[in-house]
Design a protein around this ligand. Structure first.
Ligand SMILES: [Fe+2]
Length: 306
């Protein structure tokens, strides 16, 4: 098989063939996955169980002093240690951009602090790779800011952008979704289950998914960390195959802490290990590498629009 052959891409998208995810990624020429050299037991177990080369958390506030995540490098290292214990091998650092942080957290600054964090992790012997990203509040300037390299995509791949809506009121993200698609960027709506206006009316998000929006549910929501309403909505979309990916969105080691392991266990128990694999391992890896995502098994709502 040739690295960029159409046949290989079809195999990737359809999930057929006997290759492991790692082998498929090699086949399609995705960005090389740098192996974390010294894995902990929790990381090794995760990679071996799901047969992936990298366990990525695509949404994490782990950089010091930039937003409402850790204030100091010491706190940031503590959070990174908790991510490692949670089985994560790569974290996408996603400081808030725009909204309350308008004028702060420029992409160049995020990339610079990721470099500092990487050096600090190495010095502390914490086996976690950090890549740059952003948690971007909805804003009509986003298409232009993408062109100016002033908002971050996940892993700096230029393909997927984490989009945050206001907590208090709904803004339709679909016009923005079409505008950024013209620039080759897909939108991933972060924690839809934590917007009460969506959680109370979950069909609205299903309609957005049918139009091409992607949903990222927070791991802790599935285990009840954000209350009953968020938990119900998260499972509602997950059971219908409408959730593309799960992420920690961790800010600290207490409160909003990493709990991907618990989410994986819950999804495996309630749905299937395949669904857990797609939403917690496979799609985060594809998103980070700028590759097409796949849908979870129980996609009856989605199947009609593909
Ligand atoms: Fe976030």
């Amino acid at each position: 098989m040739k690295p960029d052959g159409a046949c290989d891409r079809a195999r990737l998208l359809n999930g057929v063939g006997g290759e492991s995810v790692a082998e498929v990624f090699d086949l399609v020429g995705g960005r090389p996955v740098a192996k974390v050299p010294h894995q902990t037991d929790s990381q090794r177990r995760r990679l071996e169980l799901f047969k992936v080369p990298d366990a990525v958390d695509i949404h994490c506030h782990c950089l010091p002093g930039l937003d409402d995540g850790p204030e100091t490098m010491g706190e940031a290292l503590e959070l990174c240690g908790a991510l490692v214990e949670d089985g994560i091998t790569t974290a996408i650092a996603t400081p808030h951009q725009l909204g309350h942080y308008d004028g702060r957290n420029e992409s160049s600054e995020i990339r610079r602090v990721v470099g500092e964090m990487t050096a600090a992790l190495k010095a502390d012997g914490i086996p976690l790779r950090i890549l740059p990203g952003g948690d971007v509040k909805i804003d009509e300037r986003i298409p232009n800011l993408i062109e100016q390299d002033r908002v971050m995509t996940v892993g700096d791949s230029g393909r997927y952008l984490l989009l945050e809506l206001p907590l208090e009121f709904c803004i339709d993200p679909i016009p923005l979704m079409h505008a950024v698609r013209e620039r080759g960027v897909e939108l991933l709506l972060t924690h839809p289950e934590r917007y009460s206006y969506l959680a109370k009316e979950p069909q609205k998000a299903i309609d957005w998914v049918r139009k091409g929006l992607h949903l990222q549910v927070t791991a802790g929501s599935l285990t009840g960390c954000f209350g009953k309403l968020a938990m119900q909505a998260g499972w509602f979309w997950l059971e219908r195959g409408a959730v593309v990916t799960i992420a920690n969105d961790a800010h600290h080691v207490t409160g909003r802490c990493p709990c991907m392991s618990e989410a994986i266990a819950a999804i495996t128990s309630r749905l299937s290990q395949r669904t857990a694999s797609i939403t917690c391992l496979e799609n985060p890896l594809r998103i980070t590498n700028g590759l097409p995502i796949v849908r979870a098994e129980r996609g009856e709502y989605i199947a009609g629009v593909q």
